[in-house]
Design a protein around this ligand. Structure first.
Ligand SMILES: [Zn+2]
Length: 290
């Protein structure tokens, strides 16, 4: 790509992200925005654009202590934040739980609870980020979910006959009412309409210090199968992911009316949002302690 083309791509990509923020009223330049970063291409791209376009932004990352992989990602993220003048908050599994992800997974497995690494990591990560977002008084929590991630989630819910789970999808999830009472910081996805392919191109043009290889703990999951299926279909119909997300977005309001936004109750132990008496995190921590 020559310089002229590169510059046009950068401008169009960044405009698309900012258009999404404005069109869906994700947040404004007066809001304190916290970006959940992994050191990967998606969260780094969104962090860079928000900073560049003048939003009030800070970064947060959870170190799950997965050996060299997370160590390298953390170094990359530290370097990026330093060079771009972004305040970075780091929370490690060891400080929060006293254990690494691998230890937690193995201990659970030895007690008969076979959960995938990605499931455990996702639950514990969301818990820590939600708590930190409240503590830091963030108005919104930004995640790096892109169009591919969202299309996969919609298809997974559809194929499993769990569309009601999708009431938590969309460019903006959670509710302002809950935010004001300090229970759940609203999550927003500025990359909602950008494809994974475009994020990779953008990240490479910008020469972000990011690792493009997947997490070594990623197991062959259902999401992977759906990812491969959509990628294959996309070859004959380039708009397929956009079509999935667009058609699903028309029924999100109905799903929310019927099923709420996923937060009905609070954990008896930690007071974080939970479906049952105990939240998933307290369940996991209870099992590895006992
Ligand atoms: Zn709990």
């Amino acid at each position: 790509m020559d310089t002229l083309k590169k510059n046009r791509f950068i401008r169009e990509f960044e405009n698309k992200v900012e258009d999404t923020i404005k069109k869906y009223h994700l947040f404004t330049k007066k809001d304190k925005v916290l970006v959940a970063c992994s050191g990967g291409k998606d969260s780094t791209a969104v962090l860079h654009i928000l900073k560049k376009r003048g939003y009030i932004v800070q970064a947060i990352t959870i170190d799950a202590l997965i050996g060299n992989y997370t160590q390298k990602n953390l170094e990359n993220l530290k370097q990026f934040c330093k060079e771009n003048g972004v305040k970075l908050h780091i929370i490690s599994f060891r400080d929060a739980f006293g254990k690494s992800l691998c230890y937690i997974r193995q201990t659970l497995a030895s007690k008969g609870t076979k959960l995938r690494s990605c499931t455990i990591c996702g639950i514990l990560r969301r818990y820590l980020i939600n708590k930190a977002a409240k503590r830091l008084n963030a108005d919104y929590l930004v995640t790096g979910h892109n169009l591919d991630d969202e299309a996969q989630s919609v298809m997974m819910n559809l194929l499993r006959n769990q569309l009601e789970v999708g009431s938590r999808l969309g460019p903006k999830t959670g509710s302002k009412r809950l935010t004001s009472s300090g229970i759940f910081v609203q999550r927003v996805k500025p990359l909602y309409y950008t494809t994974e392919k475009d994020v990779i191109i953008y990240s490479k043009i910008m020469k972000f210090p990011v690792n493009y290889s997947p997490c070594p703990c990623r197991t062959s999951s259902y999401r992977n199968k759906v990812r491969m299926l959509l990628d294959r279909l996309e070859k004959s119909d380039p708009k397929i992911k956009l079509n999935i997300v667009r058609s699903f977005s028309t029924i999100i309001p109905e799903l929310r009316k019927k099923h709420g936004n996923g937060v009905q109750a609070f954990c008896k132990k930690c007071r974080e949002p939970s479906k049952g008496d105990l939240c998933n995190t307290c369940n996991i921590l209870g099992k590895i302690a006992g």
